[in-house]
Ligand binder design. Structure first.
Ligand code: EPU
Length: 419
């Protein structure tokens, strides 16, 4: 078993380059199944969720070649089966995008129930509602999801809940449907726009992505034969911005789209950080202990739930008492118990957590419960006095490329060791 060993405290200082967005990539990879041809993807994050996605695509018949560490060539001309490997699809959340893509391409798919981070109940009723309205029959039983359609016909779909996954999945299923589909109350996250841009580059006709109404005019075929570069990961960028705040450091974050980070930027300025916005890079400097703040997580463009744990670390050592209200996931405060082991004073009541800022954190053995909790614990280890050991690295490796190398370059004393 591997663990991360971190010796702190360190004020992080230097430059970091952000990788391509995990949550865009894990949707764009299945989206390639809609193409009758080849495409090249650039700025692909080299993370374990991507490797599992590639394995699944290969088992479905795609030919995948890594052209370099972050560039993939994918040939989906011959898709030979509609049965995705159940063990692999159960490993991560985004395997549910195979349903939309394969319904589009083959009008049939069988996948295992999606796995992924344990953040509380993660229903997919809105995905299923969308597929059924398009004309598919969906069966969920014995740990499997089976979807089939004789034909998919465009229609109006109103999402009862703003859902990233359901918006993307229904978009995928509609690209090759007959006629026009509209998705109302759609999610607006940057990766939704990225998936739409990718599909349009390959020949789809999608308008309005990034607003709450997306219109998809069905086309006969996606030919591909094009290159697409994945959008930078705004959550990774935000993770380093919060690392600068929590460590009272000075970090220049390169290859990001600062527009995607507005809610976080406003909040850390309120907490006393200095932010210089250069459009495709951002510098965050914090010369003092951050001030208290109140946070409520919301769908984009609100404060992202995927930065909530990292913000929790900054608030754990802030001046004064802060509150976080988590409105997306039921179980996203598991990291607070680990921070409390490190000397934080955090109490959780239902969907709210109260952070009584302490002077400092102290190193301890801690366990990452999910991907973003893992990132938060790394920041906590960096600002804590003494040695922190972080376990359950699988979660972190699912979504962050070269994480310890990036923090090491900023001055952190961090190393991965095998137990
Ligand atoms: N929901 C439903 N029914 C549905 C779909 C969602 O009730 O059919 C509820 C969920 O239970 C949740 C809310 O709607 O309370 C929002 O869920 P959403 O569908 O937006 O989340 P997701 O697509 O499953 C993606 C990201 C998550 C991120 C959320 C919210 C991927 C692969 N995952 O999940 O990312 O937290 O959107 O922004 O894109 C992460 O990267 O660490 C991560 C967990």
């Amino acid at each position: 078993m591997e663990k991360l060993l971190i010796k702190g405290p360190t004020h992080l200082k230097g430059e970091v380059t952000i990788s391509g967005a995990k949550n865009a990539t894990v949707a764009i990879l299945p989206a390639t199944l809609l193409i009758n041809g080849t495409c090249v993807l650039e700025n692909v994050p080299n993370i374990s969720d991507v490797k599992v996605s590639c394995k699944i695509l290969s088992e479905l018949g795609a030919k995948i070649t890594w052209l370099d560490n972050n560039t993939l060539s994918i040939d989906t001309t011959n898709i030979t089966t509609s049965n995705a490997p159940l063990d692999l699809t159960s490993k991560f959340r985004a395997s549910y995008y195979l349903i939309g893509s394969m319904l589009g391409r083959k009008r049939a798919i069988q996948v295992g129930m999606p796995g992924g981070c344990n953040l509380g109940p993660r229903p997919i009723d809105q995905h299923i509602k969308g597929f059924e309205l398009l004309g598919a029959k969906v069966d969920v039983s014995q740990g499997k999801i089976t979807a089939k359609a004789d034909n998919l016909v465009g229609t109006s779909i109103y999402m009862d809940i703003v859902s990233v996954g359901a918006t993307i999945n229904v978009m995928l299923a509609s690209v090759l449907a007959e006629g026009t589909t509209t998705i109302d109350n759609a999610a607006k996250e940057p990766h939704i726009v990225d998936v739409a841009n990718f599909l349009n580059t390959m020949g789809a006709d999608i308008r309005g992505a990034g607003t709450d109404m997306i219109k998809i005019n069905g086309v006969k075929e996606l030919k591909g034969n094009a290159t697409y570069s994945i959008v930078p990961d705004q959550i990774e960028a935000g993770t380093f911005m919060l690392a600068a705040v929590a460590s009272q450091g000075d970090i220049l974050i390169k290859n990001c789209i600062t527009k995607h980070l507005e809610s976080l930027t406003a909040k850390i300025q309120e907490m006393g950080a200095e932010v210089h916005d250069y459009g495709d890079s951002i510098r965050v400097t914090c010369n003092r202990k951050p001030s208290r703040a109140n946070i409520k997580t919301l769908p984009y463009p609100g404060f992202p739930t995927d930065l909530q744990p990292q913000m929790g670390v900054a608030l754990s050592i802030a001046n004064g008492t802060s509150t976080i209200n988590e409105s997306i996931w039921e179980s996203r405060f598991q990291y607070t118990a680990e921070l409390n082991k490190m000397g934080a004073k955090i109490s959780v009541q239902g969907k709210s957590a109260f952070f009584e800022g302490v002077d400092k954190l102290y190193g301890a053995p801690v366990y990452s419960s999910d991907l973003r909790a893992g990132a938060a614990l790394i920041i906590a280890g960096i600002i804590a006095e003494g040695e922190t050991e972080i376990y359950n690295l699988d979660h972190i490796d699912r979504g962050y490329e070269k994480i310890e190398e990036k923090f090491k370059n900023l001055g952190a004393n961090i190393q991965r060791v095998s137990n």
